[in-house]
Ligand binder design. Structure first.
Ligand code: PNS
Length: 162
């Protein structure tokens, strides 16, 4: 089974990495797909995010990193995927995720959404939280892979030189 793990990944966190790692044990191939979203101003370009993910997953044989625009199900169909992988952190995620899963099913009946409960230690974690902490000079090494933490610090140092 080929699964797509779609998202913004701005940037990838240890919570995302946890879902990817566990996904690779369930699926033959996990394609981590970064959404090209013209409506958002990201911290990192799509290419930077793809590089960060590739580096973080380089030890996993059955992971591929790609980007897409438009509907996730169209991309999934094009890649021959039959599943979408998503993490569920808390009840607050549930409503939106369920809506997305149902919508995607109406668009492409052959697709199943697989929800993995986020591991306890990452249940509070999001890319936004990481950026917020880093912006105010807090530590983020326990929240993102080390190379990503360095990229974030560099980014904020460039934007707000001391
Ligand atoms: O990491 P995110 O931002 O929570 O990921 C959201 C994402 C990219 C999975 C979602 O916004 C998405 O699938 N966007 C592509 C457009 C689409 O297919 N929309 C229909 C589902 S409602």
């Amino acid at each position: 089974m080929i699964a797509i793990y779609p998202g913004s990944f701005d940037p990838i966190t240890l919570g995302h990495l946890d879902i990817i790692t566990r996904g690779t044990r369930l699926c033959d191939r996990v394609i981590v797909a970064v959404l090209r979203n013209p409506n958002k101003v990201p911290l990192f370009t799509v290419q930077q995010r793809m590089d960060q993910i590739s580096h973080a997953t380089r030890h996993l044989d059955n992971v591929e990193v790609d980007s897409f625009e438009g509907l996730t199900v169209t991309y999934a169909q094009m890649r021959g995927a039959t599943a979408l992988l998503r993490g569920l952190r808390a009840v607050s995620d549930f409503e939106m995720e369920l809506q997305m899963a149902h919508t995607n099913k109406t668009l492409f009946d052959q697709i199943e959404t697989i929800f993995l409960a986020t591991s306890n230690e990452y249940s509070f974690l999001s890319s936004s939280v990481v950026k917020e902490v880093a912006k105010f000079g807090g530590p983020i090494d326990h929240l993102v892979p080390q190379h990503v933490a360095l990229d974030i610090y560099k980014c904020y140092a460039k934007n707000h030189p001391a």
